[in-house]
Design a protein around this ligand. Structure first.
Ligand code: SF4
Length: 872
């Protein structure tokens, strides 16, 4: 048994993880107490990492058109297709689409190959979808993509403004740090600015529930207020900035009346926020996808930064504008030029930058201008302009907007390569060649988190099947293109050293991103490297922006004149986002039974009053559609949503539900500066879907349920549970399912009640249940989901008794609230009824909320709910 330190592969917090490894198995994981991001904490996704490892969903061998081929043949084929495409159609007919899941070393070689040796910059990344507006905002303001705030500043500030961020669910460990800091300093204020009331509001002193897309009005009005009321820092503005007058002029008309009209806020709340901001020197504004994923995302970022520049709140402890990234290595991708409009090491396509990188790489065929950004890249492929596409570690068929065009693009390309660790993704299904990449626990290299801390991700166990590192796959292709000397890397440390050397090359303080001090790290040093925050220069280290010096030509920070605009709402507005226990398209978290129990099946949320005004009830089946497509899900009431809005989680793909790809509803509308899609806003309509049959299927393996109106599947111990709904009567559905739900060769027990329409069937063999089917015209006539989910563990001694759908033993726990300790809502309600009247008492009774803490806001809501119902 040994212990290895690594990092979590999910969100941009970048928590350190200590893994307990026994031979080729990760036995358990815990938070790394030495890591500066989390100091031992992990959220529920992090704690479940060991449960995601296994061969079940893995791509284990290279596959060409579904058939296994050798590595040698596949790498030669990729090289040949690249060469052919380039010769026939030119360098810009090739596209690479990368991912914030890649390690920095993977990212570095992919960019080097494309931008230095294939002569095109058509290499973009899925990070375009989550933080490219933040990058563009920083670059416009500071001349370079610099996050000038650390996690400690979130703790040290006196006012924390959280904009468009549900950190309690999306960055849970950061949220826990904020909660702890507020507990330690009750005078600290937190303002949450979000169109929804989310779990994050639990820590808020003030929640501003503004209209979607109106953030630039709010912050433009704040700039105006600061100037009018004399709260600007004249000295800072005069000595360290440019463009103040023009940006103020653009905000001049944004008085309280205008801002209230655009944002929908009341003047009192607005005045309170403006007053708190004006009066509090140590202010951090933390912003995330709610700001970035907008057609005016870059302007919204700059409207926030403008307020920090106007008050000189930058570059000192406890203050600054902080964009928190979604993915674990979005920041590493930014460092190596993972975005199509950047070169490596924070350089652009200015002539001197191109020349510098060309000389450093001794590049044969440098790209001289920016390439196509993600949405444009796939649009070009759909139009036949991109002929060869290589997608690494991402699932654009589900995650990119206008997924219909993405599918067409993949079908139209002459050759599509997908390197991934997962075999069955919606994107992999459309690829010509699948290359098995190593997954978390097998890969080795570095990542950079949201606060610029570079950490090691270490190999814990040997790779499964024939999986190989992404950097190795890319360099092997480069070798076959005759580029051995430029890609002569034997291990990740070789790549890291070159990356570090490039960052310091002819830098002399001209670029903030400089880790030149790490270029001479030997292999042992790389292996042992502790988390380190850049810059790491060969000489004296200066924290960027602390001296007021920026990386613009005149070294001044730039105010940006922002003219706010509102998205055009017509009817119901769709908002999209993440859930607490899932990650991306569920290729990893979707494997873990306990992570599926917090929110089990694909749902669409509405405010209860909005739903009732449409004659809808909680749990009804509804269709949300627009001209882009449609999704079908269970209606879920959410008091936190304003009327007129619908919320859909982004995680579901065709692997987990019939119609749940919400990106179908998102138009390919992008921010004109950053190219980031407007994923948080779409006009939609919502209709009820008539259902005559509801059902649950327990099965050992996922089933093909093509043709069933609605199905949604979760993993459970020993199998899968699928909820189905159909317009046909149960008898017709049972007939239809005969092909999909194969009967076992063992025993069979069934029950049909022609009068009620109930149909139940259990097939079993050798002491376990193979499949179970429960159909009824009314969902209330079905057993509870948790009971169905327990069938994998039940010994079917008395199969006929099981047909009753009664609990085979033990009390129902209800929907899972605390996923770490597997405590459900029914248990919590019973405990509250028995007298547990606060968090501590609940923790003592059930242990819920005592591990990662992600469920604490929900526990508080349940305490309120059950106490008010008891009082009533
Ligand atoms: Fe992983 Fe993010 Fe959770 Fe930390 S907060 S354990 S990085 S998912």
């Amino acid at each position: 048994m040994n212990y290895r330190d690594t990092t979590c592969p999910y969100c941009g917090v970048g928590c350190g993880v200590t893994a307990q490894v026994n031979g080729a198995q990760v036995i358990a994981v815990s938070g790394d107490s030495k890591h500066p991001a989390n100091a031992g904490r992990l959220c529920v996704k992090g704690t479940a990492l060991a449960e995601t490892l296994g061969s079940g969903s893995r791509l284990l061998h290279p596959r060409l058109s579904g058939k296994k081929i050798s590595w040698d043949a596949s790498l030669s084929l990729v090289a040949e297709k690249l060469r052919q495409t380039r010769e026939l159609h030119g360098p810009d007919s090739i596209g690479f689409y990368l991912s914030g899941q890649l390690l920095t070393e993977d990212y570095y070689v992919a960019n080097k190959l494309m931008k230095g040796f294939l002569g095109s910059a058509n290499v973009d990344t899925n990070s375009r979808l989550c933080m490219s507006s933040a990058v563009a905002g920083y670059k416009r303001a500071f001349g370079e993509d610099i996050v000038p705030v650390s996690y400690e500043d979130l703790e040290h500030c006196d006012l924390l403004v959280m904009v468009g961020s549900n950190a309690a669910w999306t960055h849970p460990v950061i949220y826990q740090r904020i909660v702890a800091a507020k507990k330690a300093n009750p005078d600290k204020r937190v303002v949450v600015i979000d169109t929804r009331s989310t779990a994050t509001c639990d820590v808020a002193d003030l929640h501003l529930q503004l209209n979607p897309g109106s953030d630039a009005f709010l912050f433009g009005g704040l700039l105006n207020h600061l100037a009018l009321e004399g709260f600007t820092d004249h000295d800072y503005i005069e000595h360290h900035t440019s463009g103040f007058e023009a940006s103020l002029a653009a905000s001049k008309q944004l008085d309280v009346t205008q801002v209230c009209a655009a944002t929908g806020l009341d003047s009192q709340s607005l005045a309170r926020f403006y007053d708190w901001f004006a009066q509090t020197k140590r202010t951090v504004t933390l912003y995330s996808q709610g700001v970035n994923q907008s057609a005016s995302g870059t302007d919204q970022c700059n409207a926030i930064i403008n307020c920090h520049l106007a008050t000189g709140r930058l570059g000192q402890p406890g203050m600054g504008p902080f964009s928190i990234t979604g993915q674990p290595n979005a920041m590493g991708g930014r460092e190596v030029g993972g975005l199509a409009n950047q070169l490596a090491a924070h350089m652009d396509f200015a002539t001197e930058d191109v020349d510098r990188v060309r000389r450093f790489w001794n590049a044969k065929d440098m790209a001289h201008s920016p390439g196509l950004k993600a949405v444009d890249l796939f649009q070009a492929a759909a139009e036949g302009k991109i002929r060869f596409l290589w997608i690494m570690a991402t699932n654009p068929a589900v995650s990119l907007p206008d997924s219909d065009t993405v599918r067409k693009a993949l079908q139209r390309c002459d050759f599509v390569v997908v390197s991934d660790c997962t075999a069955d993704t919606d994107t992999a299904a459309l690829a010509d060649l699948l290359l098995p990449a190593q997954g978390w626990g097998e890969k080795d290299g570095t990542v950079t988190n949201s606060e610029r801390v570079i950490s090691r991700q270490r190999q814990l166990v040997p790779p499964l099947g024939e999986a190989r590192p992404d950097w190795w796959i890319i360099t092997q292709v480069a070798h076959r293109l005759g580029l051995k000397s430029a890609f002569d890397f034997q291990q990740p440390a070789d790549i890291f050293r070159e990356h570090a050397a490039l960052s310091g090359f002819e830098n002399n303080g001209t670029r903030a991103f400089d880790i030149g001090g790490l270029q001479f790290l030997d292999n042992e040093g790389f292996e042992a490297m502790a988390p380190v925050r850049w810059p790491v220069t060969a000489g004296v280290r200066t924290e960027p922006l602390t001296d007021g010096r920026c990386f613009t030509p005149d070294k001044r920070a730039r105010f940006i004149a922002v003219k706010p605009t509102l998205p055009q709402a017509a009817g119901l507005v769709l908002n999209t986002g993440r859930l607490r226990d899932q990650w991306h398209t569920m290729t990893r978290t979707g494997l873990v039974p306990r992570l599926a129990q917090h929110r089990d099946f694909f749902t669409l949320s509405l405010n209860p009053a909005e739903a009732r005004s449409r004659g809808l009830q909680d749990g009804d089946l509804v269709r949300v559609s627009n001209k882009g497509g449609q999704v079908v899900g269970l209606l879920s009431f959410d008091d936190g949503l304003p009327r007129g809005q619908c919320f859909a989680p982004i995680h579901w793909s065709h692997q987990y539900t019939a119609r749940g790809t919400v990106s179908e509803l998102i138009a390919a509308i992008t921010d004109p500066v950053s190219g980031q899609p407007q994923s948080k806003f779409a006009n939609v309509t919502l209709q009820p879907v008539a259902v005559s049959c509801w059902g649950y299927i327990f099965s050992r393996h996922p089933l093909d349920l093509e043709g069933i109106d609605y199905w949604s599947r979760i993993p459970v111990k020993g199998g899968h549970v699928t909820l189905i709904a159909a317009a046909a009567q149960p008898s017709a559905v049972a007939l239809r399912l005969q092909d999909s739900v194969q009967l076992s060769h063992g025993g069979r027990a069934s029950y049909v009640d022609a009068q009620s329409g109930n149909i139940r069937e259990i097939c079993y063999s050798e002491g376990h249940i193979d499949q179970a089917l429960f159909l009824a015209p009314d969902r209330n006539q079905l057993p509870q989901q948790q009971w169905i989910s327990s069938l994998g563990k039940v010994d079917p001694d008395t199969p006929h008794a099981l047909l009753s759908g009664l609990d085979p033993g033990g009390e129902q726990i209800g929907r899972l609230v605390c996923s770490c300790l597997e405590v459900g809502e029914s248990q919590i309600a019973r405990s509250i009824a028995a007298g547990a009247d606060n968090l501590e008492a609940l923790g003592q009774a059930l242990q819920c909320g005592t591990q990662c803490g992600s469920c604490i806001p929900e526990l508080k809501t349940l305490l309120n709910k059950h106490f008010s119902s008891r009082a009533a």
